[in-house]
Design a protein around this ligand. Sequence first.
Ligand SMILES: [Ca+2]
Length: 508
Amino acid sequence: MNRKKFVTGIAALGFVGGIWLLPVHSADAAVPTQLAEEPEAPVDGREEPAVPEEPIDEPEEPEVPEEPIDEPEEPEVPEEPIDEPEEPEVSEEPIDEPEEPEVPEEPIDEPEEPEVSEEPVDEPEEPEVPEEPIDEPEEPEVPEEPIDEPEEPEVPEEPIDEPEEPEVPVKGLSVMDFGAIANDDNDDYEAFAAAAEEARSKNEALHIPEGEFKLGKILKVDGIRMEGVGKDKTLLVSTDPENGSIDLLGDGVQIRNFKHAYQTTVPRGNGSHDKNSITVRSATNFVIDNIHVDRSSTAGIMIAYGSSDGTISNNTVENTGADGIHMTTESHDIKVVNNRVSNVGDDGIAVVSYGSSKVPVRDILIKDNWVGNFSKARGISVVGGEDVRIEGNEISDTMMAGVYIAAEGSYNTLDVHRVQVNNNTIDSTGIKKPENHPNVLVYASHGVVDDVKFYGNLIQNGAHRGIGVWGQGEIGDVVFERNTLINVNGSATTFENGNIKLIDNIGF
Ligand SMILES: [Ca+2]
């Protein structure tokens, strides 16, 4: 199975992408059977782990020279060998020594971080507190500090959830007026399609009452608001496992308050968007709110083809064949808030940018989501992307890393810049062997991963280790500040690459 997935994954890269086939970024496919102790290679490799063991110790250094020389492609081969060899060394050695030397370099990076670290940076000033007791007049400063801290919550962006407001009663059309019949087990596609078209032409909303409706084809929802009466009341069932996506198009398209499920599913295969549950295709100002996605052959909610300015909120996504919520192909300015994603076939929530894109997926907020329940791969991942903030999420029980930030050579992904991971709880992830992912992993097997900051997270109970930063790609600044790490299995931290900066963490 690994070989099959690997082959289709490669085949889907770039050239096949233009035909509704999306590059299959399958993390689970990486599930090599061969066991390597704590091989990191599996990170993005699928069958690769097998190759590695020969070149065990030597590979690493030779690669160093190669990196500057090569560009993305070759690095992949060497990567594998690297991973396994690294662990034998328990990487922990490098951890202690290399880290400090790097510390001095931190000052160099400061200029770049002003964004994220600004707030935290100010806190170090607290040491001044002790002085206060001495000086009387200075006391007033004390109150000021508390004032600054509240800023940390950086949650001011809560307004993000506001998109729900539009729930103002909307007049509109009903699918029932176009021939749809609930609970009769007969197909309602034609009625839905006609109703959607009419709603679009009249610029009205489209309502779906309580009950179960069958859809035999891909339903295109273009520029309208389509809504049911509740995700536990209105059910749309796609009967063709190969063609059942609800496609969102146009400007201002919204879907709300219903459940979408497939009657049956088929193997994930090439990852066709036609068998996603919901696919956003170049839409703008879109909303996916209070939808229950249950059972799909590929992704649950796929955001692609430059879709922008969207909100994905209050949804439940489960039992999918691929990622739960996936953002790719140059999509940007998207908020993924307060969703529950569980038992999905790959990553829970993923930002993925392939080399075939001109620009990366960017300006993404992933906030207050619950992700886990034995999802097959990573909890929340950024594999090529810029300006991504992962905040206030609860991630647990994922087969691979709970939070994964990477540039992967095997999938030729773009670089990663400016990712903030703030105030999340990451618990009991990295379950799968032999990958043995840490709870949190920053990885570059090619390209660049730079300006990543973890602030205020609770990282605990990793199945095999706590935090890892490695890979032979270029890893720049990675800051860990005020995080609490409670690690009981394997290495607490494994820092083998990058300019690691540690500030006021607990358990590191
Ligand atoms: Ca019907």
